[in-house]
Ligand binder design. Structure first.
Ligand SMILES: C[S@@+](CC[C@H](N)C(=O)[O-])C[C@H]1O[C@@H](n2cnc3c(N)ncnc32)[C@H](O)[C@@H]1O
Length: 265
C-alpha cells in the first residue's frame, strides 16, 4: 500500500487551501487539537460567539462515537469503515478497539496526512483520501479490500459528516448493499431541531464559507436508514444514546446532534 494513488483515489493530496476554513480543522480546534490554521480558528471563534455550546457538542459527539464503537465490538464486529474520520483526536476507533481493523476515509488531505502519521506503525488501520460519495473509490481501494472482509459484518461510521453532504442517499444505498447482514450504520447528524439560539447563524456562516451545512431532522435520518433496523434507543440526542455517565441535569440538546445505530438484517 505504498502507492500514493492507492491512498488517495480520485482526490489530490496537494489540494489544500490553508486560507479557507475547513470543517475538519474547525472541528479539531473545537476539540482542543493543534492541527488547524488561523483562518480555521477565526471561523470557529465566530461560530462559538453565536453558539457557545459547539465545544460541548463536539466532545459529546466523540463520546458517542466511542460508545457506539465499543457496543459494535461487543456485538462481535471487528471491522470499521469510518467515513469522514477527521483529524484523529484521542480515542479513535483503533484506540477504542485494539483488535479492530479500520479504514479511515476523509476528503481533507490534512486530516488524512495526520492520520497517516498516527497510523504509520499499524498494520490494522489505514487512512484513505477519498470523497465518501465516491463509493467505488472507497470500496474498491486496495487498502479497503486488504483490511475489510465484506463477507463479515462491518460498522460503517458516518459520524458528524452527513450534515456536510447534500445528497448522500445513493452512496448510503451502495455501502449498505456491499455490507454483510449484521453490519451496522453509526450516524450522528447536526440538526436545527435542537432549537438552540444561533443555529441559523451557524448555517449561514458555513454557507458563506462555501462549505454549506444540511439541516436534517429525525424523520430525514430515519428515511436515510430505511430498510435497516434502528437499534434501541432509536434516534436520540447524542448523549442519550446508551449513556455510560450521568448527564448531570444538562440539556442533551447541547449536543445539537442526533445519534442512531441501524443494523442490516
Ligand atoms: C466534523 S468532522 C467529524 C470527524 C469524526 N467523524 C468525528 O465525528 O469525530 C467531519 C469530517 O467529514 C469530512 N468530510 C466532509 N465531507 C466529506 C466527504 N464528502 N467525504 C469524505 N469526508 C468528508 C471532513 O473533512 C471532516 O473531517
Amino acid at each position: 500500500m505504498s502507492d500514493d494513488s492507492e491512498r488517495s483515489p480520485g482526490l489530490d493530496p496537494a489540494a489544500i487551501d490553508p486560507e479557507r476554513p475547513h470543517p475538519a480543522r474547525i472541528y479539531d480546534y473545537l476539540l482542543g487539537g493543534a492541527c488547524n490554521f488561523a483562518p480555521d480558528r477565526e471561523f470557529a471563534d465566530r461560530f462559538l460567539a453565536v453558539m457557545p455550546a459547539a465545544k460541548t457538542a463536539a466532545l459529546l459527539n466523540r463520546d458517542f462515537l466511542r460508545r457506539a464503537v465499543r457496543e459494535s465490538r461487543a456485538a462481535g464486529i471487528t471491522q470499521f469503515l469510518d467515513l469522514g474520520s477527521g483529524i484523529p483526536a484521542v480515542g479513535n476507533v483503533h484506540d477504542t478497539v485494539p483488535d479492530a481493523r479500520v479504514v479511515y476515509v476523509d476528503s481533507d488531505p490534512i486530516a488524512v496526512a495526520h492520520s497517516e502519521i498516527v497510523l504509520r506503525d499499524s498494520d490494522r488501520a489505514v487512512a484513505l483520501l477519498a470523497d465518501m460519495l465516491d463509493t467505488d473509490a472507497v470500496l474498491g481501494a486496495r487498502a479497503t479490500r486488504e483490511l475489510i472482509d465484506f463477507e463479515q459484518p462491518v460498522a460503517l461510521l458516518m459520524v458528524a459528516i452527513l450534515h456536510f453532504v447534500a445528497e448522500p442517499e445513493e452512496a448510503i444505498r451502495r455501502y449498505v448493499e456491499a455490507l454483510a447482514p449484521g453490519s451496522v450504520l453509526v450516524i450522528t447528524h447536526g440538526t436545527g431541531e435542537a432549537k438552540l439560539p444561533g443555529s441559523d447563524q451557524v448555517l449561514a456562516l458555513y454557507a458563506e464559507n462555501g462549505t454549506p451545512g444540511v439541516d436534517r431532522g429525525k424523520a430525514d435520518l430515519l428515511a436515510l436508514v430505511e430498510g435497516l433496523e434502528v437499534l434501541e434507543p432509536g434516534v436520540v440526542w447524542t448523549p442519550q444514546w446508551r449513556p455510560d455517565t450521568e448527564l448531570d441535569g444538562r440539556d442533551p440538546r447541547e449536543s445539537m446532534a442526533y445519534a442512531l445505530v441501524a443494523r442490516k438484517p
